[in-house]
Design a protein around this ligand. Sequence first.
Ligand code: FES
Ligand code: FES
Length: 161
Amino acid sequence: MANKLITCTINGKKREYYIDIRSSLTDMLRGEAGLDSVKHGCDVGECGACTVLIDGLPFNSCIYLAIWAEGKDILTLEGLSNVKGTISDIQQAFIDEGAVQCGFCTPGFIMSSIPIITRKEPSTREEIRKQVAGNLCRCTGYEKIVDAIEKTQKKRIAERT
Ligand code: FES
Ligand code: FES
């Protein structure tokens, strides 16, 4: 077993870890960084429960080697709260719209939705569905999840005008 030093930014802070070169980014984020929002779901890139942003784009961290994170900027759900621990608007929208039941899939859905809620132009519901098509939920209706994302996008666009 070989280990390698990885330096990257996680939720705005510079981090260094000695990682088994076979480890996934999910393992590094959960095991080394203690970020439990990143879920072990299918572990084969099918369910989206492990989704994080890498340099601003959503990736399934279960099929992304930790060593590939060298020099990257990684954002997890924990990084969306402000310094006082207040949750973000998209997290609040999931609560308000009833888009959470067991919550296992929720961090992944939220991280996949970031590119859409930060767009300057409104998206159609179909575009929102496509954006989160790689995320599976087995207990909440998908409509409520789309409602939460759409509501947050509209709110952010209105705040900019
Ligand atoms: S746990 Fe990564 S896609 Fe399912
Ligand atoms: S809320 Fe339970 S899997 Fe989505």
